[in-house]
Design a protein around this ligand. Sequence first.
Ligand SMILES: N[C@@H](CCC(=O)N[C@@H](CS)C(=O)NCC(=O)O)C(=O)O
Length: 336
Amino acid sequence: MKFICGFLTTFLIVHFSYAKTSTLEQVKKKKYLACGVTQGVAGFSTPDSKGVWKGLEVDICKAVAAAVFGDENKVKFVPLNAPVRFTALQSGEVDILSRVTTWTLGRDTAQGLNFAPTTFYDGQGFMVRKSSKITSAKQLNGATICTQQGTTTELNLADYFRKNRMKMKPVVFESNDEVTQAFFKGRCDAFTNDASGLVAERSKVKNPSDYIILPEIISKEPLGPAVRHDDDQWFDIVKWSIYAMIDAEEKGISSKNVDSFLKSKDPAIRRLLGKIKGNGKALGLNENWAYQIIKRVGNYGEVFERHVGKKTPLKLERGMNDLWTKGGLMYAPPLR
Ligand SMILES: N[C@@H](CCC(=O)N[C@@H](CS)C(=O)NCC(=O)O)C(=O)O
């Protein structure tokens, strides 16, 4: 009995202290945060010619690192294909999943994820060869369609054809490279993906104008970072890092001018930049956490323009990803 009790106590202590090690503590101990990204989607997360990860979703992880360490470079990027991404987060291999991941009820519950604010509002589309003369998704009856396994894309595709009483042959691969190669080599009539992903892949080929994206957007794909269930503090840190970037854009504060705002008399700006204390303590961070994000990574609009905006190969309009004050969906609750 004594032995069993002793064993149980040890087990409970070990188990309990393990459970109590928060993600923030683990990240600080490691001195970096592990960020799960794609294997390469231009504009979102892709290594440049020197192997340095770049993209909108890369910058989200950098923003969290800036908030935690005052150093945006304390991030290790872990490329993940779609089917393995949730296990990588659950097992602790990554601390954040910032990988073109759609917020859905099933993922938010049964998959054990918590979704931080959407960082890119997207929707699913189809790309075809211009020479096919197909101009609408409704003409895809009987088509072979390339897509990636373990995605909402695969599920929406089946729904769309069922709803429209059409038939198709899905050609499903584990990695994005296989999907895109298959499509560009002519193995499929169409390629379906988040519309941003279609634009990203088209921007990489030699003759982009040979391909068209059909007008139908068949789903809602709110893409954003996710963290594990059961760590509210870490969830809050990731959430408010994004809200700080949106709020900074709304207030006209950017990486270039943030220092000139340090003397602002506006209480909301003083709170955002940590001149009025409290937000940092509430999150378990330094009071200048948001200043570090803005200075080192930028506001949301800067990040959007840097990676996917009009001056990039993707040439995307802000659209739904504009601020709520400009007709978009980007809205931050009060930082107080
Ligand atoms: N947003 C969708 C799709 C995400 C996704 O993984 N899309 C594939 C293409 S269909 C992709 O971008 N893969 C990039 C990669 O594996 O590196 C989801 O969350 O399921």
